[in-house]
Ligand binder design. Structure first.
Ligand code: ATP
Ligand code: MG
Length: 308
C-alpha cells in the first residue's frame, strides 16, 4: 500500500508522527508539498507532476493543508480527486469547514446545536444582531481564523462599533457569536477518526484569557466525554463531510432556562487539519496510529469495491 500526505513541512510534529506510524504499519508514505505540484489536464487524463515526475496513484491521500495556502492546496486536492485517488478529507468538506459561517450553517441546517451567531456585512441592524446573540459581551470572529487568532471578546457597544468598522475597512467579514460565559474559559477538543472519537481533551484558558487554544497558552487535560458529546462530535464531522477532524465543543445553557439550566454541548467549529501534539501529550494516546490504521482500512475497502 502507498499513501501520500499533502503538507508543506515534513518536519512538523504531526507529519513526523504519521510517517513513523505508517512505517510501523509497513505502508509506504510520501510527503508531498502541495506548492510543488503541477496540475495537468489534457481533455483525456489528469495527472499531478512534481518536477519531471508524474506522481503515482496512491491508495489513500491525507490532506494537511495549512490555512495560508487554502486555495492552491484545495486545487491540488481536487486534482487528486479527479484522478480517482481516495482522499480522506474531500476538498469540498475542507473548504466548508474552514469557513466558520459556512460550517455553522451546515451544522445548524442538520439540527446540531451551535451558539447563536450572526454574519452581517452592513452596519445597519447592529442592535438587533447583538440581541440575537443574547446581548453584550459578544464574541467576534474573522471567518477563516485559526489558533485563536481573529477571535475577540467585546464588552461594550462603543468598542463593538469601532472594531466592526475597522475589520470592515480591512474587508474582513466578521461573525458575531453568543459569548458562552458559563463555559468559564473551558472547551473540549474531540478528535474524530471515521465513526468514533479516538481521543478527547478539555482545554482550560490561562488566567485573564477566554480562549483555551493550546497555541494561546491553554492547558489540555485528558477527559472522558459523555455519550452526548461523543455523538455530537461524530455527527458534526459527518455533516460537513470530513473523516478525520478536530471538533471544538463548548457547553452553554439551554435557552431561557435560567440559573438551574443544565449545560448542553454545542459545536464551535471543526478543524480539517487538527494538530495532535497537544492531545497526544494530554491523553498519552497514539492518534497518529489511529489515523494511519483508518487510512489502511478505508483504502482496502475502496480497493475491494473497485475489484468487484
Ligand atoms: N462563543 C464563544 N463563547 C466562549 N468562548 C469561545 C466562543 N467561541 C470561541 N471561544 C473560545 O475561543 C477559542 C477559539 O475559538 P475558535 O475555536 O472558534 O477559533 P479558532 O481560532 O479557529 O480555533 P482553532 O485553532 O481550533 O482552529 C475556543 O477554543 C474557545 O476557548
Ligand atoms: Mg478552535
Amino acid at each position: 500500500m502507498r499513501f501520500a500526505i499533502l503538507s508543506r513541512n515534513k518536519n512538523l510534529h504531526s507529519i513526523r508522527r504519521l510517517l513513523q506510524e505508517a512505517r510501523t504499519l509497513g505502508v509506504e508514505c510520501d510527503i508531498i508539498n502541495p506548492l510543488d505540484c503541477q496540475l495537468v489536464v489534457d481533455g483525456r487524463n489528469s495527472c499531478v507532476q512534481v518536477g519531471n515526475l508524474i506522481l503515482p496513484r496512491y491508495d489513500a491521500i491525507l490532506p494537511r493543508i495549512g490555512a495560508s495556502i487554502t486555495e492552491y492546496g484545495l486545487a491540488v486536492v481536487r486534482h487528486f480527486e479527479a484522478t480517482g485517488s481516495f482522499v480522506i478529507n474531500p476538498s469540498s468538506a475542507i473548504w466548508e469547514s474552514r469557513d466558520k459561517m459556512a460550517c455553522l450553517q451546515k451544522l445548524s441546517q442538520a439540527g446540531l446545536p451551535v451558539p447563536a451567531s450572526v454574519l452581517a456585512r452592513s452596519p445597519r441592524g447592529l442592535r438587533t444582531a447583538v440581541q440575537t446573540v443574547k446581548g453584550l459581551p459578544v464574541v467576534l470572529k474573522v471567518i477563516q481564523g485559526t489558533q485563536g487568532v481573529g477571535v475577540m471578546l467585546v464588552h461594550t457597544a462603543i468598542t463593538l462599533g469601532s472594531v466592526l468598522d475597522t475589520l470592515r475597512g480591512l474587508e474582513q467579514d466578521v461573525l458575531m457569536q453568543q459569548f458562552m460565559a458559563e463555559a468559564g474559559g473551558r472547551d473540549y477538543r474531540a478528535f474524530v477518526v471515521g465513526d468514533r472519537v479516538v481521543a478527547a481533551m478539555m482545554r482550560t484558558a490561562p488566567e485573564g484569557e477566554f480562549r483555551s487554544n493550546i497555541h494561546r497558552g491553554g492547558e489540555g487535560t485528558l477527559v472522558k466525554l459523555p455519550k452526548s458529546f461523543l455523538n455530537l462530535a461524530v455527527k458534526a464531522t459527518k455533516t460537513v463531510g470530513l473523516r478525520v477532524a478536530g471538533v471544538d465543543i463548548i457547553t452553554g445553557k439551554a435557552d431561557g432556562k435560567g440559573k438551574k439550566a443544565k449545560l448542553k454541548p454545542m459545536v464551535l467549529e471543526i478543524n480539517s487539519s487538527p494538530g495532535f501534539e497537544g492531545i497526544e501529550k494530554a491523553t498519552g494516546l497514539n492518534i497518529a496510529h489511529e489515523i494511519v490504521e483508518y487510512m489502511a482500512k478505508e483504502a482496502q475497502k475502496t480497493k475491494n469495491r473497485k475489484r468487484r
